[in-house]
Design a protein around this ligand. Structure first.
Ligand SMILES: O=C(O)CCC(=O)C(=O)O
Ligand SMILES: [Fe+2]
Length: 232
């Protein structure tokens, strides 16, 4: 494994579940995209060979340490990524052959897809998290396809519909009262992201929905997540 930067990726990736979110938003989940044993080899490689960094970010006018480690890989010439006042250094793909192999596997599984950048996150324990956000930076365009691979400790991934900003305040509180339990159910979704799984966010998911990986203080194991993206 990794002598030539490769590792067989299981056929389990064919099996997936599609969650239709409405209004052109959709999520597809492949629980066994990378077979368990191979997934642990990727985990070991990523945990030890990626130059992880925990930057200071700026949110709501305050500076704080990002509550997880991260790293960024991108093709040369791709527009620079900036989030929460932080501009990560872009490492070249060729420095990490297993990442190129995973990129090919994800592109093969998603016909017509093409990615030129990758954001890596490492959650060292249940204290690390990513708060509610959407990956709606203009450099990804209005309907980005984002493919998210998970390795290691299983963590919950939540999706929540953005409040409808066009609705007036009075109307909004009235409509909240009218909202039935089943309506509310459709406005949030939860996934337990398994070791070796792939979750794909499609269409208007970034425009209309927010997502998070909340703290789980009782967990004391590492999770690594890779999100493949196309910078336009
Ligand atoms: O770790 C995850 O599953 C999600 C990460 C994420 O949302 C992001 O990097 O934008
Ligand atoms: Fe995200």
């Amino acid at each position: 494994m990794f002598v030539d930067g490769s590792c067989e990726i299981g056929k389990g990736r064919i099996k997936s579940k599609i969650i239709e979110l409405g209004n052109g938003s959709e999520v597809e989940y492949y629980p066994r995209f990378v077979e368990c044993e191979d997934a642990w080899k990727y985990f070991e490689y990523l945990n030890n060979q990626i130059p992880w960094n925990r930057p200071t970010i700026h949110v709501f006018g305050r500076s704080c340490l990002q509550p997880r480690d991260s790293c960024y890989v991108a093709c040369e010439g791709v527009s620079k990524l900036k989030y929460s006042g932080y501009q990560p250094h872009a490492y070249p793909w060729h420095q990490f052959p297993p990442l190129v192999h995973l990129l090919r596997a994800v592109e093969d599984a998603l016909p017509g897809s093409h990615f030129n950048s990758l954001l890596l996150n490492r959650y060292n324990s249940g204290n690390d998290y990513v708060s509610w956000h959407s990956d709606d930076e203009p450099l990804y365009g209005p309907t980005p396809l984002i493919a998210s691979l998970s390795f290691g400790c299983e963590r919950h991934f939540f999706l929540k519909k953005k409040p409808n900003k066009s609705v007036s305040k009075a109307h909004s509180s009235a409509s909240k009262r009218l909202k039935t339990a089943s309506n509310a159910d459709q406005d949030q979704h939860s996934f337990l992201l398994k070791h070796g799984s792939l979750l794909v966010m499609k269409g208007y998911t970034q425009r209309d929905w927010i997502h998070s990986v909340p703290k789980r203080t009782k967990l004391d194991a590492i999770r690594i997540n890779l999100t493949f993206r196309l910078v336009l």
